[in-house]
Design a protein around this ligand. Structure first.
Ligand code: HEM
Length: 127
């Protein structure tokens, strides 16, 4: 049987409590039945429902036993054309962090001329 290809649109449709798909390392898994047995609790998996949960899954450092549970839950391969989109969808938070870093740098540029102005008036006042 040919491997099923799951698109991003399809992945995002499975986020209900009784219908949960998660993308991990390029493959999509139906974890609906598994979440009740998950040693890490159902909440953490639910928060990755319909998304790329690779980072969350890998950050925990899941054992080989945990990885061995995945194949029976396989739905199919993720559509690689959609992979970049899934990633950019996830990285919105880091884009926001980046924006505020840029803003902090521009605050410094504000401060320098202001300090010069204050120094000038101080000099006028005391001279
Ligand atoms: C969807 C497939 C997943 C499977 C098959 C799975 C399986 C497991 C298993 C078997 C364990 C026990 C420890 C181990 O053997 O490594 C575990 C623990 C854990 N998992 Fe998952 N997991 C999945 C997804 C996730 C996701 C997406 C998260 C999100 C953060 C997560 C967070 C955790 C945490 C925090 C623990 C530690 C629990 C503890 O030690 O108290 N898991 N998982």
């Amino acid at each position: 049987m040919a491997t099923k290809i799951v698109t991003l649109t399809e992945l995002r449709e499975h986020t209900g409590k009784n219908d949960i798909w998660v993308l991990i390392n390029g493959k999509v898994y139906d974890v609906t039945k598994f979440i009740d047995e998950h040693p890490g609790g159902d909440e953490v998996i639910l928060s990755e429902a319909g998304k790329d949960g690779t980072e969350a899954f890998e950050d925990v450092g899941h054992s080989d036993e945990a990885r061995a549970l995945l194949p029976p839950m396989l739905v199919g391969e993720f559509d690689h054309g959609d992979e970049a989109k899934a990633k950019s969808y996830q990285s919105t938070a880091s884009a926001v962090a980046m924006d505020s870093a840029v803003q902090q740098t521009s605050n410094v540029f504000y401060f320098v001329p202001l300090a010069a102005l204050v120094a000038y008036f101080a000099w006028r006042f005391y001279a």
